[in-house]
Design a protein around this ligand. Structure first.
Ligand code: C2E
Ligand code: CA
Ligand code: CA
Length: 589
């Protein structure tokens, strides 16, 4: 157990205060002790040094003589001093050896860690003493600390990692600050994937590093910043008085992230969306904090990005509602609760019907759930594939049925969601729908949003080309709300642009909206595309659109979306008049 025997003669007696003296250890064993470079000394119960080796003096960077006038407790760091004093007493009393890891302070800045062993030295003639032996473990302790630190660090950015977040939140929940206001903010860089894709991962990494550094600047220190993975960062904020304090920090984060980044000589700009979970008092687990911040972050994204949102129980309620919708959706497909209604698309001058747009309806438990609500849910859970394929079949079959009844609808427009469009089975579902209904492919128009087309323009182009080869035509839906590349608009085999109804709604009062509408109309003319304005509610809007040369209009001013029965009744009673011309054949070769 002990490193050297009780009988090692450290040095001959000296007179000073009854102590033996601090001269080099003698004899073979003594030479061994000197060679070990370790601390080796004999002390009394109070810790006063009675003997010490030369190596001890070297280790502590003190002259020998000095050691003899001091106590071992004086070279031990404050936090361990009392403990070592107790151990000395305990060993002197029961004779059992003891061991302790201690931090020491020697002369001229010498400091480090010792693995200190305390061994009882049986009293010969004088009072009992203790032998101390200490290995220098400074390097080991430091590399151990570095390893632990590294276990909590994100190697790329140098900020904390997921384990660090857990540790920080646990420390808060169990520490003296538990119950004080605390906030967890989860932030995601908007469009980071674009940067990675267009500039390469190297630049993506550099950007993440810089973001980490900017965040550390704002919250002053590593204690609060971590990266969860990818482009998601987490801020853990304490020392707050109120939610407003956290929000002030987030506003700064948003501002600072918006400043250009210099990557490989080019300036890159990004924005960020942040979700904040703030609480005072309530103890929460790390996963609860992150879930709440995550919900709020998604809300920030949904509200247009480049902003923050604060978690509220209302968000949870909405999620719950979505969950309910999702649950009933699976049954609804089986129960046939989904229907299609058809909204006429008319010529602005005569208001005669040129075409119809199929719009999905869901009647569930006596109330109607809006497509704006259930389509996004269906896109998330994958049901949109089935719903979309069903809508295509149903709309084509309806067109054939009306043909058979002598109600000639020029063409049928069917909405296609981005998820559905990008799904590999899409081409087949379109081909089957027209084949089964036995309608000409030229009677079907697919309405696709700009964002669906621009997600993967090359894949979109190929798909559009192969569908176009069947005879199918395409309209860009909600035009003006997304972003389109003009060169792609030219390359895609498109037939129509639909001016988004938000511009139509504002065009009478807002010159700005009017400018956009007329720009879209001239773009359509330029590209040889049919222009269709949707959401026309008033005569004023209709007249303005007609005057600007809009080809077709659609909206409540002319007709709402009608069930097939109501549609047929309206045709029979003359409130809907079917037109004869084919607008697409006039404009598009
Ligand atoms: P959208 O394609 O832009 O459809 C036009 C929306 O405008 C429809 O809303 C229609 O009822 C509404 N609308 C028509 N005229 C007016 C008007 O004069 N004023 C106003 N304020 N609104 C008017 P709806 O039926 O609620 O559909 C909302 C969205 O849901 C559609 O927007 C479309 O994106 C999506 N959707 C509807 N049916 C389908 C479908 O079968 N498949 C897919 N993927 N999406 C669909
Ligand atoms: Ca549409
Ligand atoms: Ca639209």
């Amino acid at each position: 157990m002990t490193a050297f025997s009780y009988d090692v003669p450290l040095a001959p007696d000296s007179a000073d205060r009854g102590r033996t003296g601090a001269r080099p250890a003698t004899g073979e064993a003594g030479a061994l002790l000197e060679a070990s470079g370790a601390l080796a000394m004999r002390v009394d119960i109070q810790g006063r040094i009675l003997e010490a080796t030369e190596a001890t003096a070297n280790l502590l960077v003190y002259p020998h003589e000095y050691l003899l006038r001091t106590s071992v407790l004086d070279i031990i760091a404050l936090e361990s001093r009392d403990r070592v004093a107790r151990l000395l007493h305990a060993t002197a009393q029961d004779g059992a050896p003891r061991r302790e890891r201690v931090r020491i302070f020697g002369g001229i800045g010498a400091s480090g860690w010792l693995d200190l062993r305390i061994v009882h030295h049986p009293a010969g003639t004088g009072e009992p003493s203790l032998l101390l032996f200490g290995y220098d473990i400074t390097e080991w302790v430091e590399s151990e600390r570095e390893l632990t630190e590294r276990a909590f660090l994100d190697p790329l950015t140098g900020v904390g990692n997921r384990a660090f977040i857990r540790k920080r939140i646990e420390e808060y929940a169990s520490g003296p600050d538990a119950g004080q206001p605390f906030a967890v903010a989860l932030m995601d860089l908007d469009g980071f994937k674009n940067i990675n894709d267009s500039l390469g991962h190297e630049f993506g990494d550099a950007l993440l590093k810089e973001v980490g550094a900017r965040l550390e600047d704002i919250v002053r220190g590593r204690q609060s910043v971590a990266r969860l993975g990818g482009d998601e960062f987490v801020l853990m904020l304490d020392g707050l008085e109120a939610e407003a304090d956290a929000i002030r920090i987030l506003e700064r984060v948003i501002h600072v992230c918006r400043q250009p980044f210099l990557l490989g000589g080019c300036q890159v700009r990004i924005t960020t969306s942040i979700g904040l979970a703030f609480a005072s008092g309530a103890m929460q687990s790390e996963s609860q904090w992150l879930r709440r911040a995550d919900l709020a972050m998604y809300e920030a994204k949904a509200l247009g990005k480049n902003r923050y949102c604060v978690y509220s129980p209302e968000l949870d309620r909405r999620l719950d509602e979505q969950f309910q919708i999702e649950q009933s959706m699976f049954e609804a497909v089986q129960n046939g609760e989904f229907l299609l209604h058809y909204q006429p698309i008319v010529w602005p001058g005569s208001a005669q019907v040129c075409a119809v747009e199929a719009l999905m309806r869901w009647e569930h438990a006596g109330k109607e759930i809006r497509p704006d609500v259930f389509i996004p849910v269906a896109e998330k859970n994958g049901l949109i594939k089935h719903l979309g394929a069903w809508a295509l079949r149903c709309a084509c079959a309806q067109l054939a049925a009306w043909d058979a009844q002598g109600i000639h609808v020029g063409h049928m427009s069917v909405n296609v969601s981005a998820v559905q469009f990008l799904h590999p089975g899409f081409f087949e579902s379109v081909r089957n729908a027209i084949h089964d209904a036995r309608i000409g492919a030229d009677r079907l128009v697919l309405e696709i949003t700009e964002s669906a087309l621009m997600t993967d323009p090359k894949a979109a182009e190929d798909l559009l080309m192969s569908l176009r080869a069947l005879g199918i035509r395409f309209a860009v839906d909600d035009f003006g709300t997304g972003y389109s590349s003009l060169s792609y608009l030219r390359r895609f085999p498109l037939s129509a642009l639909k001016v988004d109804r938000s511009f139509v709604a504002d065009m009478v009062d807002s010159p700005h909206a009017r400018t956009i509408v007329s720009a879209v109309l001239s773009l359509a003319r330029e590209l040889g595309l049919v222009a269709i304005a949707e959401g026309v509610e008033t005569d004023a809007q209709g007249d303005l659109l007609a005057a600007q040369g809009c080809d077709l209009v659609q909206g409540w001013r002319y007709a709402r979306a009608l069930s097939p029965v109501d549609f047929e009744l309206a045709v029979t009673d003359g409130s809907l008049v079917m037109g004869q011309g084919e607008v697409f054949l006039q404009r598009v070769a």
